[in-house]
Design a binder for this molecule. Sequence first.
Ligand SMILES: O=C(O)[C@H](O)[C@@H](O)[C@H](O)[C@H](O)COP(=O)(O)O
Length: 252
Amino acid sequence: MACEIGNRTVLKFDTEDGVAVALARYIADLSERFIKEKGSFNVVLSGGSLIDTMRYLTRAPYKESVDWPKWSIFWLDERVVPLDSKDSNYRLAWDGLLKYVTIPNNQIYAINDKLSPEGAAEDYEAGLRDLVDRRILPLSNASGFPSFDLMLVGMGPDGHVASLFPNRPQRYEKKRWVTYITDSPKPPPPRITLTFPVINSSSEIAMVVTGADLAGAVKDVLENPDSDLPASEVSAQGLLTWFLDNDAASQL
Ligand SMILES: O=C(O)[C@H](O)[C@@H](O)[C@H](O)[C@H](O)COP(=O)(O)O
């Protein structure tokens, strides 16, 4: 079932599996559209349950039909841990998605895991600036921040997105493209994260939210115009689409 709530399209499915089926088709359609328009597709991944919800992309028909070599992969946020750690969002994405598809390694933009959180954030931002200089990543005309084609965003029960938490200053960052946190309330504590000006410069955003523990935050973000939760600040230059299962939508 689809409806508009504010400037968001909200898609509701009976089960998490229904979300997963629809999400794979949505991503594959956008991949085709952007590759037709400009020859490439820049995708930003979250950690958490999102990667498992993307599972149908690794199967027929998408494994063969998607033009994977035209994709580039970035992280919305990353834990500052070794890339082979079980806490790494890179490893999560590698094990659940990237190892099954044919995205060239030099188009997978992992963090430098040898640096401090502050150093890793500076390094990731410098890498993005280099891609802008090389015209691989465009700047948004509207905001002057880099504009990714698609961000896939999860949400925590406290309404956090990326590593932008309530009661932490990173959510108010207005200048940096990438910032860092050393006391994330969700473990592990050291992380880097894209900032809201970058998130909100994306062409398309999917908020992928499943599970009953998120129902309270979903209600607040979608129905309370004065919501102060970080997720309520997410917007896109194109469409912002919420994918919910019945459990997450149970309080709407
Ligand atoms: O690295 C992380 O922890 C994530 O990027 C984080 O922002 C995540 O997307 C949400 O916490 C939702 O996580 P779940 O989907 O597991 O609930």
